[in-house]
Design a binder for this molecule. Structure first.
Ligand SMILES: C[S@@+](CC[C@H](N)C(=O)[O-])C[C@H]1O[C@@H](n2cnc3c(N)ncnc32)[C@H](O)[C@@H]1O
Length: 180
């Protein structure tokens, strides 16, 4: 009897977890972008543009499985902060952080539009054209400090001119660099 009550309770909790994850996933698609990871082979190009210096603060807005954040923290002496709205991906990030004994890494279960980015030196993002609109560019321009960089993977931000477009070959995805 007790075992079946516990099993029933656990299945309710599991069902709730699945429902929350599904709701989160739908919200993330509508909010900024669905989960599609940046290509691992492009990380070098991304961080060449970022040109990170020790002590700087690096953000990934919508950090997915945390790949870019972990790369930043492992290869540069920076504080790397990832924001993620999907509960499932946030939990994956936290597990990766523990496995990686991630120092200088912070994952926040947070809507990226609600984060104040004034401390950031470099902001990385992989959104879809719909979300990279002028309103979003305005938020970045208003909050980021002078000299801060924005790196947008694959798609350009509307309402700002890129300083550099990195696209070495026909088959490569473009990476856009902006400077405030
Ligand atoms: C295209 S993926 C990029 C993942 C990661 N940045 C990368 O390059 O590998 C976009 C991510 O943004 C997350 N996302 C969507 N809307 C968001 C929001 N409002 N706040 C925080 N994260 C969001 C999605 O869950 C997804 O993981």
């Amino acid at each position: 009897m007790i075992i079946s009550i516990i099993a029933y309770g656990l299945s309710i909790v599991f069902l709730l977890f699945v429902l929350i994850c599904c709701f989160n996933l739908i919200f993330s698609v509508l909010s900024f972008a669905p989960w599609v990871p940046s290509r691992s082979r492009d990380l070098k190009r991304i961080f060449k543009l970022a040109d990170l210096k020790p002590g700087q603060i690096f953000y990934d807005l919508g950090c997915g499985n945390g790949k870019v954040i972990i790369y930043a923290a492992n290869n540069y002496k920076v504080k790397a902060i990832g924001l993620e709205i999907s509960l499932l991906f946030y939990l994956i990030c936290k597990i990766r952080q523990v496995l990686n004994r991630g120092k200088n890494i912070e994952f926040k279960f947070k809507n990226l539009y609600k984060e104040n980015l004034s401390a950031a030196d470099v902001v990385y993002l992989f959104g879809i054209p719909y979300s990279l609109n002028e309103k979003f560019s305005l938020k970045l321009k208003e909050e980021l400090k002078p000299g801060a960089k924005i790196i947008s993977y694959s798609f350009k931000l509307n309402g700002v001119e890129p300083k550099t477009i990195d696209k070495p070959g026909e088959k490569d995805l473009p990476i856009y660099l902006y400077e405030i």
